[in-house]
Write a protein that binds this ligand. Sequence first.
Ligand code: ADP
Ligand code: MG
Length: 373
Amino acid sequence: YTPGRSRLGPPPRANETGNGHRVRVVARVRPFLAEEIQVSGNPGHDCTSISKGTEEDSLTISTETASRCEEYKVDACYGEATDNAEVFANEVQPILQCLFEGRNATVFAYGATGSGKTHTMQGTETDPGLMYRAVKSIFKSATDHGCTVAISYYEVYMDRCYDLLETKNEVPVLEDHSGNIQFRGLAKIEIKSVEEFQALLAEGCARRRMGSTVLNDVSSRSHGVLAVTVTSRDATSHVLREAKLNLIDLAGNEDNRKTGSDGLRLAESSQINQSLFALSNVINALNANDARVPYRDSKLTRILRDSLGGTSRSVMVACLNPGSYSEAAKTLSLAARSRQVVNHTEGVRQGDEFSKEKSDMAAKLMAWKESKT
Ligand code: ADP
Ligand code: MG
């Protein structure tokens, strides 16, 4: 009998035992935006309903008529009332300790353009995102433990890497024989205070946006990676050791058919799809405990190899736009890979429940909209 291999029940979740390399996948549904609420009070552009599934931590998406309804199992669900503080406290704070034990970690925001990835990672002035919150917490612990914290911030666009700190130069990415990645000349800045970090992050984000206007919103078609390195001294051997946290705002997983057909757009979207598909294959291989994990299939997964799997802790936040069934289905099917099609036909019971849920939601949205005007 091998623990975790029993046929009597599911294997223990590796992240919960603390010694595994499973990637936690959580879903976050953003609220409807003011401009998405139509005159009739009916939210959404393709009439989706996202609600809690039949099990705790599962989630159901359906079309308005409930003629399609699918259920996905994830590790946790966060709804429209959730703020970045809550996502941070539940999902990111618990994995930060590993950085002080010399282990790496990765946090991704995954989803279509407009689903809330940047809101989750960068946040707003009133509700800072996971990047700021993570660095603030790490910096505090590091100061208490006599460790140093340094950051790099870069963008991966069309399989090339661009520095977002100081300049926006291309950074050659080299790989040695054992697959270790080196970024030649990538800026790595030691953080002396949280305020200093905040200023650096803001400049980096601005650089990302600046590139965007020139090249027509590149930011949604590139992966933005904030790499936080913690250097500590081992208590017994006194040897210096490094651990890295990657905080990643992934490119939008748009439908190929929507992105236009000129050469650049096609090349971009095939590049994005390839890298996101490779990432989801890696996550699935890790979560299925496969012997072979296909890190080599894209630049993104090669870069993340040392921070995904092994002893690393990782969490993916699958961001969902509440108004788009097809995008939500695409995001969840790649992120969760645990789809159960609940029904294809308009079941009376489901239909009733969903329409009630929808009208509740529409009423809430109207009230919210009125409170804003
Ligand atoms: P993405 O980076 O995935 O393209 P954004 O983070 O830019 O998407 O979000 C799209 C829009 O939705 C933005 O206007 C953003 O402010 C808003 N938004 C996203 N998530 C939330 C949220 N949890 N609460 C409130 N507004 C949100
Ligand atoms: Mg974005």
